[in-house]
Each structure stands twice: as structure tokens, then as C-alpha cells.
Design a binder for this molecule. Structure first.
Ligand code: NAD
Length: 356
């Protein structure tokens, strides 16, 4: 099978970590008889330097016409003072919008080999945490109307949080379908005791739940979810929530693993096109040193195979290889433990390849 992938390496450690993911994809292609064709597009600071904008129209068109998009990270101190309209992050928002990426999937997995890295006690993390947050990405308060105006001699700021039924239904469907592929357990996070948007959210989710009788469904309030993620994170399989709640909870959840360099993510549209990227930023403090952890990006490539290309066995092969490398005691600096062997970014990529 031939698949066209638009590759956005970006800034900082972006090129280093993406190169390792491409090595892994090439190995998968060789082993399973697929051909992955890469088209490279500048994004973020490097694009501002070359083209004056964080992504060009041609670059955007190449993202839209691809089968999938792989991203490293964008940004860095060099571009911190760019005018808001051409900041590196603008390109990410633009790609999400243009590609209709309304669903963000963020797995939180605490690998048993790295249990010591979790800030939680062993008695709480048990045999490891394995949950997935499905966050609505293009609606809610981040996209609603906002105003700041003077009323009675003082400034009043307002942010509107709109959600329509179709927006809730399409993210709900992704969550139920994803739960069917995992542990068949879904918790929908809202604030239905206060917000109208949450009441509509809950009503829509209940309607969908009837279509998925195999999924064990529950509602949970967002404040309770924030507590439960710390108190008993292993109770969760899939969580679905709106944009702002998901933004906050997914960062909280990722910290349960204590290792930002390990975490992948996927942003999906209603078709098979998706954008896959590690959750961390461009890490300018370690850029160009070949010491970054490429596993978050490699696991993002595995998510691409699973969710955009329907290649479950190939995705499993990558995830198993990562596990094997960790089992064998190899670690990049960010996850280094006593008694383990420290490896560079490119050595980690080579080790994953050799375990496929
Ligand atoms: P960061 O995630 O880049 O780095 C935070 C810390 O984690 C740093 O100490 C870094 O060295 C470390 N780290 C991150 N990824 C690592 C990896 N793979 N291996 C080892 N260590 C790793 O966050 P930041 O420092 O707040 O942001 C740096 C830049 O990245 C900023 O310009 C920010 O705007 C941008 N950013 C981009 C994205 C994105 O492209 N999606 C996301 C977040 C931040």
C-alpha cells in the first residue's frame, strides 16, 4: 500500500525526533510491504525565517492533499516576539482548522519500566496507567466570540462557549468508536450541574450510548475528574470532553507518567486524514544535541498507522518494539534510571528499528 505523508519537522528538536520516526516507518514499510512517500513542508519558526509566514499556502495544500501529516514541534525564543499574526503556533491552529481536525486523542500510558518516573505512589499506579483522553478541538470557548468592553467605568471581558449538537455528536462518535477498539469503557466529562453546553453534551452522549450497548458508559463532572485522575487513574479507559476541559485534563494526565518525551497524540478529522505529533514542544534547551527522546514521535507514527491507515498489526509492532527497548534497559537522558544504558536520540531510533 502506498501512503503519502506530509512531514512537518518544525523547529528545535523537531527535525531530530521526526527523523527517528521516519526511520521506524521505513522499517515498517520494508517489513509489511508498504511504501510511505514523504513530502517535506516548513512550519513554524523555520518557515517564518524562509518565507515570512509560519506556513505557506502551498505547504497547507500539501497537508490537505496528503493521506496523513506527521509533525515534530514548532517555536522557540527566536520567534517569541513575532507579531501575533505570524507566530509559529499560528501555523498549528491554521492546519487544525484547514484540515478539520476536531478530535484530539491523547493517550496517557505509564510504561511499567518507568513506574518510578510517576509522581504518584506505586500503590496508586498499580501495574501502569493506560488511559486515553478524547478532546474536542475546534469548538467551545476557545473559538467563541470574545469581547472586552467598558461597562459602568470598568472593563468587562466576556468569552462565549458555544457548542452545537452536531459538534458534540461527531466527537462523541469518535470516542465511542475508540472505546470499542480499547477497553470498551467510556467516561464523558462535563459540568452539567452548571453549564447549558454541558447539559446538551450529556444529552447527546446519552443518545449515542444507546447505539453502543457494548460500551460501559458513565458521566463524570470535570472537577471530580481532576481529583480522580490523581486518586485512582487506573479506573479510566477512555475519557471524552470538550475543548477547554480537555486541554487542562490532558496536561494533568500526561504528568502522571512523569515523562513528556514519551507521549504521542493524534488529531483526527471526519475522514481518515489526521495529524500526528508528540505532546511536547520544540525543547530549544536541548535542540541540536542529539539527546532528545524520540519515543513520543515514534509512538505518534504508530497512532498514524492505527487511526489513519487502519494498520493495527504494524502499529502494534512499533509499540512492542518500544516496550522491548525499554525492557532491555535503554534510556534517553530524560528517562534515565540507575542501572540502565543511556542512549542518544538517534541510537534510540535505531534500537526501535532493530526490534521491529
Ligand atoms: P517543551 O515541551 O519544548 O519543553 C519542556 C521541557 O521538557 C524542556 O526542559 C525540554 O528539554 C523537555 N523536553 C521536551 N521534549 C523532550 C524530549 N522529546 N526529550 C527530552 N526532553 C524533552 O516546552 P517549552 O519549553 O515550554 O516550549 C518550548 C517551545 O515549544 C516554545 O516556543 C513553545 O511555544 C513551543 N511549543 C510547541 C508545541 C508544539 O509544537 N505542538 C507545544 C508546546 C510548546
Amino acid at each position: 500500500m502506498v501512503k503519502k505523508i506530509t512531514v512537518l519537522k518544525g523547529d528545535g528538536i523537531g527535525p531530530e525526533i521526526v527523523n527517528e520516526a521516519l526511520k521506524v516507518l521505513d522499517k515498517i514499510g520494508e517489513k509489511y510491504g508498504h511504501s510511505f512517500e514523504y513530502t517535506y513542508v516548513d512550519i513554524g519558526g523555520c518557515s517564518i525565517d524562509k518565507h515570512g509566514v509560519p506556513i505557506t499556502d502551498e505547504g497547507m495544500a500539501l497537508c490537505k492533499s496528503a493521506d496523513s501529516v506527521l509533525l515534530g514541534a514548532v517555536g522557540g525564543p527566536k520567534w517569541d516576539n513575532c507579531p501575533p499574526a505570524i507566530r509559529p503556533e499560528k501555523a498549528l491552529l491554521a492546519v487544525r482548522k484547514e484540515l478539520g481536525l476536531f478530535a484530539n486523542l491523547r493517550p496517557t500510558k505509564l510504561f511499567k519500566q518507568l513506574a518510578d518516573a510517576s509522581p504518584l505512589k506505586q500503590s496508586i499506579v498499580g501495574n501502569g496507567i493506560d488511559l486515553l483522553i478524547v478532546r474536542e478541538l475546534t469548538g467551545g470557548v476557545y473559538f467563541g466570540k470574545r469581547t472586552t468592553e467598558e461597562v459602568n467605568g470598568e472593563l468587562v471581558a466576556t468569552d462565549i462557549m458555544p457548542y452545537s449538537e452536531h459538534e458534540i455528536e461527531r466527537i462523541g462518535r469518535i470516542a465511542f468508536e475508540t472505546a470499542m477498539k480499547r477497553g470498551k469503557k467510556l467516561a464523558s466529562v462535563d459540568k452539567a450541574n452548571v453549564l447549558d453546553t454541558s447539559r446538551l453534551w450529556r444529552k447527546t452522549m446519552h443518545r449515542l450510548a444507546e447505539e453502543y450497548p457494548e460500551v460501559e458508559y458513565s458521566d463524570i463532572l470535570v472537577d471530580n475528574t481532576a481529583m480522580q485522575l490523581i486518586k485512582n487513574p487506573t479506573q479510566f479507559d477512555v475519557l471524552v470532553t470538550e475543548n477547554m476541559f480537555g486541554d487542562i485534563l490532558s496536561d494533568e494526565a500526561s504528568m502522571l507518567t512523569g515523562s513528556i518525551g514519551m507521549m504521542p497524540s493524534a488529531s483526527l478529522s471526519s475522514g481518515s486524514l489526521g495529524m500526528y505529533e508528540p505532546i511536547h514542544g520544540s525543547a530549544p534547551d536541548i535542540a541540536g544535541m542529539n539527546i532528545a527522546n524520540p519515543i513520543g514521535t515514534i509512538l505518534s507514527a504508530a497512532m498514524m498507522l492505527r487511526y489513519s491507515f487502519n494498520m493495527a498489526a504494524e502499529a502494534d509492532a512499533i509499540e512492542n518494539a518500544v516496550n522491548a527497548v525499554l525492557d532491555a534497559g535503554y534510556r534517553t537522558g530524560d528517562i534515565m534510571q540507575e542501572g540502565c544504558t543511556k542512549v542518544s536520540c538517534s541510537e534510540m531510533g535505531d534500537l526501535v528499528v532493530s526490534n521491529i
